[in-house]
Design a protein around this ligand. Structure first.
Ligand SMILES: Cc1ncc(COP(=O)(O)O)c(C=O)c1O
Length: 471
């Protein structure tokens, strides 16, 4: 209520200031109290807001005045160009999936699910309990809260086949999101200038983390069935690489889920070369027709380094993930984490653990599966109807996105700009390729706000393609 009144006064005064000459005296607080029927505190708040915007200035004992527009001396940071030198890698300031969109836009570009798909009640209750608990005031172990590490280990252990040794809490290191885990893994396990094999296309954030770590990226073609084993073997042999980063379940962006056979084949190639597979199980909670089947459960010799995040399924504010690694690798990773950020907020860890151990979490995941299915099918149907030029190589059985190929020659940047002009945000596919794109793709997220507008979004894409780029 008070906020609304403050905003009303700020808006009213801004309009008044816009037509007032610089230096004009602003009506007194008393006059404003009378004019707006607001309390003196509300008027003071509004005046502070206008002051912070640089629109008014108060001279104590004299009054408040419309600020004279001063032509500020342009600041010159040119000297920094020389001091900074060229960056080791040119990294975009903001990747498309991280762009904010206005509430009116149809956002098909984002990487995180809309808040209506999150377990809001569980998250709020977990934060309230965590705030009252021990973790709000203490420093957790560097590797993370023991109970949370045990939860991550148990999740994998429950799926581990008989005859293999399951991971334990000791093998788990808690991370502030898996993105920062990727940077650690590339730094700690690959090293500057050394080769890293990546699926192509693959997650844009992995490409950036690799560039940041200064590793030498080697793309391995990957499609709806996962990477081609022969190509992978050749890439290992040609480069002497010891690390392959991949997403066996609902890959971002293709949505591919490897079959058990393909997984075993890939694991065999990795084992035979004494190498590591970094398995990014980012969409573990987003199965639709199938469930995620971590490859890590088939390895107890330390070849698979398993990354599992909760930030997308619990809440983007609960920035908690885990890496599970066996042997000295785990110590190498923990050392890197210590140097990077020492430990992850215990409050966030406690909140994450609270959410995933509530009975409501399982119920939420069951409902989510149905919501994802409905949304995915709606977007698939909308594309089929309104964007006949788009080709889906397959309908993903989980994850958050569709990966659609557009006609050859499509100017994706221009298409994205045209769509944005008409209020639809899409993600051009080039950001998912470690080298040149193999074709014009777009990634479309079916978990953004307001799925009822998917058909409108698809209509805009179809029209933009038709008008500007030919059918
Ligand atoms: C494949 C993949 N890995 C990792 C991440 C990073 O997730 P977070 O840092 O939120 O755990 C993302 C986010 O989009 C992703 O798509």
């Amino acid at each position: 209520m008070a906020n609304d009144s403050t905003a009303r006064i700020v808006d009213g005064l801004r309009a008044w200031i816009a037509q007032a000459p610089p230096g004009a005296r602003v009506p007194s607080n008393r006059a404003l109290v009378a004019e707006y029927g607001a309390s003196p505190i509300t008027v003071q708040k509004a005046m502070r807001a206008l002051g912070a915007l640089g629109l008014i200035e108060s001279r104590p004992g004299v009054g408040t005045f419309v600020r004279a527009v001063r032509t500020a001396r342009p600041l010159d940071f040119g000297w920094q160009t020389g001091a900074l030198r060229s960056p080791q890698a040119r990294i975009p300031a903001l990747s498309t999936p991280l762009r904010s969109s206005s509430p009116d836009a149809i956002g098909l570009h984002a990487g995180y699910p809309d808040r209506t798909l999150l377990p809001e009640r569980l998250v709020r209750a977990a934060f309230a309990r965590a705030a009252r608990g021990e973790s709000a005031l203490s420093r957790p172990d560097a590797a993370g809260l023991p109970a949370l590490r045990a939860w991550f280990a148990t999740e994998l252990a429950e799926a581990t086949p008989a005859g293999l040794t399951p991971p334990t809490a000791r093998d788990v290191v808690i991370l502030p999101g898996s993105q920062s885990g990727l940077s650690s893994l590339f730094r700690a396990l690959v090293g500057f200038g050394q080769p890293l094999l990546l699926e192509s296309p693959t997650y844009w954030g992995a490409i950036l983390a690799a560039a940041q770590a200064g590793v030498h990226v080697v793309p391995v073609p990957s499609g709806p069935a996962g990477p081609d084993p022969d190509e992978l073997a050749r890439a290992f042999d040609e480069t002497g690489a010891r690390v392959f980063y991949a997403q066996p379940n609902y890959a971002n962006p293709t949505g591919a889920q490897w079959t058990g056979e393909r997984g075993e084949e890939i694991l065999e190639i990795v084992r035979a070369r004494g190498a590591f597979l970094i398995e990014d199980d980012w969409a573990h909670d987003f199965g639709i027709e199938t469930t995620a089947r971590p490859l890590a459960v088939h390895d107890d010799a330390g070849h698979v380094i398993y990354l599992r995040s909760l930030t997308k399924s619990v809440s983007p504010s609960v920035r908690v993930a885990a890496v599970i690694a066996r042997g000295p690798t785990r110590d190498r990773i923990l050392a890197d984490r210590g140097a990077e950020s020492m430990y992850v907020s215990g409050l966030l860890q406690a909140a994450a653990l609270d959410v995933v151990t509530q009975p409501g979490w399982r119920t939420h995941l069951r409902a989510l599966r149905q919501q994802l299915r409905t949304r995915r099918d709606l977007l698939v149907g909308s594309l089929a109807e309104h964007v006949p030029q788009a080709h889906l190589e397959h309908v993903p059985r989980g994850g958050l996105h569709l990966w659609a190929r557009l006609p050859d020659g499509t100017d994706l940047d221009r298409l994205a700009r045209d769509c944005e002009t008409d209020g639809v945000l899409i993600a051009p596919g080039a950001e998912w390729f470690p080298a040149e794109p193999s074709g014009p793709y777009v990634r479309l997220n079916y978990t953004g706000p307001d799925p009822g507008r998917f058909p409108d979004g698809a209509r805009v894409i179809g029209r933009a393609l038709e008008h500007r780029h030919g059918a």
